[in-house]
Design a protein around this ligand. Structure first.
Ligand code: ZN
Length: 481
């Protein structure tokens, strides 16, 4: 946005604007590569429609009665020379096909473009906008700009009356829900929340990651998947955290795992008892769950699922099921928000059980906690009683589904030795991550399958990506996020 502002409002050439922004602060080389790409893509669309003029002020619909209610939309704004036409451009970093804008988003964007009054961004975030006089507008366009591909997709094009009608139909209810929303839902958005340090849903857990480092100044967020990416390559982890567009994110083993997980998640959400062999999909019904798997990989997934009923967690005493729920813990010693999304957490009588389900083609050998570090985090969380209830008797269950069988491995969070092992695994993964401020790339074999290598100037020259058959037969266990 800073680069585009410099081009559109300060009339600087794009090269100069990029230089200005990219040298002003320390920016990762991968992020810099993406910013250059995105700025050029965006401006190539601008050049195609030079008649629309950029608008620096926001368009804000403001109601003041007992309180102040304001509605506006993130994006870039343009108007025709006579002001009768407005266009709001919503920015999309990743591919448009990945997630469509909701009807409510489009309705609110159209409404604010039609009726919003110009206003500068307030100096302080909790102050209201100082809005100017209403402008006469007759036509409104809402478009979405895909920065990766450089595409413009029109989401709304109509009169201001059409925009008002659309807001009544699709937007008002969503806006009221936001205004009245009371529920707190911890997620990977917590890091951006200004109230996170005071939020009751974010449990304080000093030392959760077992780090010996002195307390760091800036709060960071991390999950076990993040630490796995970090172990592959710090730059890969960093660029993924920035949500840069990815390519070929999931290998075939990972997609098998995703399909199996989604199937079990859906089944457990409606189950009245343990899964039966008859609940597992037949070849024909499995087709809808398949994450683009080829026939061989789909068959592997089917065979893995067939073994789940023998280790299904939903036995007689299971209650309080939390399926794929997100938990956020604040390790105040490491200054890290630790995000955990267990496959399933449930109560067995009065103790908590944390179930992780993993799919792999081979029986695990060696240190399973190091191989599946989600188990380490689960052990530590339960060992500290962070979900409430007694620690004694609580357990972590690692369910391993293979094409030829299933294993159920149990861990006891009340056992000091197992707890020590869990801390040790977490520490080994988290210590280098917490101490790293540069996230330099480690080019190598990993670049071949790295989903963000396109943005990495240090990426090794890569061979063509492996065929799905080659990947499917690899030894890597599947590790969904
Ligand atoms: Zn089950």
């Amino acid at each position: 946005m800073d680069v585009l502002d410099a081009v559109e409002f300060d009339r600087r050439p794009v090269g100069e604007a990029l230089n200005l922004v990219l040298t002003r602060q320390l920016i990762h080389e991968g992020l810099a590569a993406f910013i250059k790409h995105a700025a050029h893509r965006y401006l190539s669309i601008r050049e195609a429609e030079p008649s629309m003029l950029p608008v620096a002020r926001w368009w804000v619909v403001q109601h003041i009665d007992q309180g102040v209610r304001e509605l506006w939309a993130w994006g870039r704004r343009y108007r025709s020379a006579d002001g009768a036409m407005r266009e709001l451009r919503l920015i999309r970093i990743a591919n448009m096909l990945e997630r469509r804008r909701s009807e409510a988003e489009v309705a609110v964007a159209a409404y604010t473009a039609a009726y919003g009054r110009p206003a500068s961004w307030p100096d302080e975030w909790d102050k209201k906008f100082s809005v100017r006089a209403r402008e006469e507008v007759s036509r409104v366009v809402v478009a979405e700009i895909d920065l990766t591909e450089g595409l413009r997709n029109v989401l709304f094009d109509g009169s201001v009356e059409d925009a008002a009608a659309l807001y009544e139909k699709d937007g008002r209810r969503a806006a009221i829900q936001v205004l009245n929303g009371q529920k707190r839902r911890p997620s990977s958005d917590c890091l951006k929340c200004r109230l996170v340090l005071a939020c009751e849903e974010v449990a304080r857990a000093p030392g959760l990651l077992g780090l010996r480092a002195p307390r760091r100044a800036t709060l960071r967020q991390v999950s076990i998947s993040d630490l796995r990416y970090y172990a592959n390559c710090p730059a890969q982890h960093h660029l993924q955290t920035l949500h840069l567009p990815k390519a070929n994110e999931y290998s075939t083993p990972a997609r098998i795992g995703q399909a199996v997980h989604r199937y079990l998640e859906t089944l457990h959400a409606i189950a009245n008892g343990p899964c039966q062999p008859s609940d597992m999909p037949a070849e024909t019904s499995w087709h809808d769950w398949q994450w683009g798997l080829d026939a061989d990989a789909a068959e592997v997934g089917l065979r893995m699922l067939a073994h789940h009923p023998s280790v299904c967690p939903l036995q007689e005493h299971a209650s309080d099921l939390k399926i794929e729920e997100t938990f956020v813990f604040h390790d105040t010693a490491a200054q890290a928000l630790v995000i955990a999304k267990p496959d399933l957490v449930y109560r067995d009588d009065d103790v908590w059980v944390w179930r992780e389900t993993k799919t792999t083609r081979r029986r695990p050998s060696g240190d399973v906690v190091a191989e599946f570090p989600q188990v380490a985090l689960a052990t530590v969380v339960l060992g500290r009683g962070l979900l409430g209830g007694p620690v004694e008797g609580s357990r972590v269950e690692l369910e391993i589904l293979r094409p030829t069988g299933a294993d159920l491995i149990l861990f006891d969070p009340s056992d000091p030795q197992q707890l020590d092992e869990a801390y040790s695994v977490l520490r080994q993964m988290a210590q280098p991550w917490r101490e790293d401020d540069t996230f330099a790339a480690v080019p190598g074999k990993n670049c071949r399958t790295c989903p963000v290598h396109k943005w990495c100037p240090s990426a090794a020259e890569t061979d063509p990506p492996p065929s799905s058959q080659e990947t499917a037969s690899g030894a890597d266990p599947e590790q969904p996020a």
